[in-house]
Design a protein around this ligand. Structure first.
Ligand SMILES: [Mn+2]
Length: 412
């Protein structure tokens, strides 16, 4: 069994091996949280260090055919400890990340200009900032570095980090699965306790309760709890409408434990029983979802999955009396079949990737009929294995009879 520090060290080694001579990578951690927000780490920074430490900076590079890495962290100021608590100490950083050279942020800029002068190309991570917004720390640093060392070229880190991050290792698959388990506990509580007349946010509170109970502090994304026609608005997150009898509720939810996110959608009748029409539409979505999941294996592309989904959608929508022409599919299904999942809910990885062993993707077809107040999406998280796939969320029920039985057991 590898220790965690060995896992993170291996990831840095892999990245360094992919560098050319005289290339440097600078990965900025996220800045300290402000206001009512809780700190969330930058995914690239976490991937290479395992550190949930704000304001830190990781450097990796290759020079004279040798790789090196070092990390800069904030210093503990004795008078501040009583206010803010202790910041992480260098020994802890080494223990978690496996990085031996731990320096302080205060020394970053004066150290780094010498570094920079010896390199040709710098890869860096930073969030896009609007032209009318102030520069963030990363951009501010790059601007000054460019002025002082004009021979440098800068490139976003995405292209070199994508091939690494899109293939998940054991630790990552376990972390995603743990987030899925917690999400399932939340969905289960909702299924047991949802009743007509409740507000959507009451259901959201149940998910949150289960998450907090497991020590999981963050959502992977703002949860969608959408009743009736709200479910036909794809990014509905108000969650503040009353749920009427006979309505379906669409849940698109995901906990994020240990920085890894789950992403699960389930749709259920609030009173425990589908109407005939709801059942008919649900079954079409479920059949499509199962057929697409069955295709998942190395060598198949996301494009293939999308293409097949459209063919199946056309057949289903025609059968349901919704459309006559293929061009009308977009009226009732307007998103892609899925995306990569990992540290980020829409994880790094191309939307047209050719699947490889170790990738984790979502499969999430939906049919949305605003006029009938029906919006159905069924989403599972799927790992691509050596010659096939494994549905990581397979334990979350989705068959109509299983769902109705489960719902009705709690409504007697
Ligand atoms: Mn999704």
């Amino acid at each position: 069994m590898q220790t965690k520090a060995e896992v993170f060290s291996k990831r840095r080694e892999n990245l360094i091996n992919s560098l050319n001579e005289n290339e440097l990578v600078i990965v900025f951690a996220n800045e300290e949280a402000t206001g009512a927000n809780r700190f969330l780490q930058n995914s690239h920074f976490y991937y290479f260090t395992g550190l949930n430490t704000p304001e830190a900076i990781l450097i990796m590079g290759k020079a004279n055919n040798k790789g090196f890495d070092e990390v800069f962290i904030q210093k503990n100021i004795p008078e501040r400890i009583v206010w803010d608590g202790e910041k992480i100490w260098p020994e802890q950083v080494t223990k978690i990340s496996g990085i031996d050279t731990v320096l302080f942020i205060d020394d970053f800029e004066k150290n780094t200009v010498f570094h920079l002068n010896a390199f040709k190309k710098i890869y860096f991570n930073c969030d896009l900032v609007g032209l009318n917004q102030p520069l963030n720390k990363a951009l501010f640093f790059i601007k000054r570095a460019q002025e002082r060392v004009p021979h440098l070229t800068f490139e976003d880190i995405s292209n070199i980090i994508r091939p690494l991050r899109e293939i998940k290792d054991e630790t990552e698959i376990e972390a995603i699965t743990e987030s899925i388990r917690i999400t399932w506990e939340g969905i289960k509580l909702i299924w047991q306790n949802a009743r007509p007349g409740m507000m959507e946010y009451e259901l959201e509170a149940m998910l949150h309760f289960e998450m907090q109970k497991k020590g999981c502090r963050n959502y992977g994304f703002v949860p969608i709890v959408a009743a009736g026609k709200n479910a036909a608005t794809l990014h509905y997150v108000d969650n503040n409408t009353i749920i009427e009898d006979n309505q379906l509720v669409l849940l698109d939810v995901g906990a994020s434990q240990n920085n890894y996110s789950a992403d699960i959608s389930r749709t259920f009748p609030v009173n425990g029983k589908f109407t005939d029409r709801q059942k008919e539409v649900y079954q079409e979505v479920l059949n499509i979802q199962k057929e697409i999941i069955a295709m998942v294996k190395p060598g198949v592309s996301m494009g293939d999955l999308n293409k097949r989904t459209r063919e199946l959608m056309f057949a289903s929508m025609t059968k349901l009396g919704l459309i006559k022409e293929e061009s009308e599919i977009i009226k009732h299904y307007m998103h892609g079949i899925g995306h990569h999942l990992g540290l980020d809910v829409h994880d790094i990885g191309a939307r047209d990737s050719v699947l490889k062993e170790g990738m984790v993707i979502t499969v999430e077809p939906g049919i949305y009929i605003a006029d009938e107040a029906i919006g159905i999406r069924i989403e599972d998280d799927v790992l691509v294995t050596a010659d096939s796939h494994r549905v990581l969320s397979a334990f979350i029920p989705k068959e109509i009879d299983e769902l109705e039985r489960l719902l009705q057991d709690h409504r007697k």
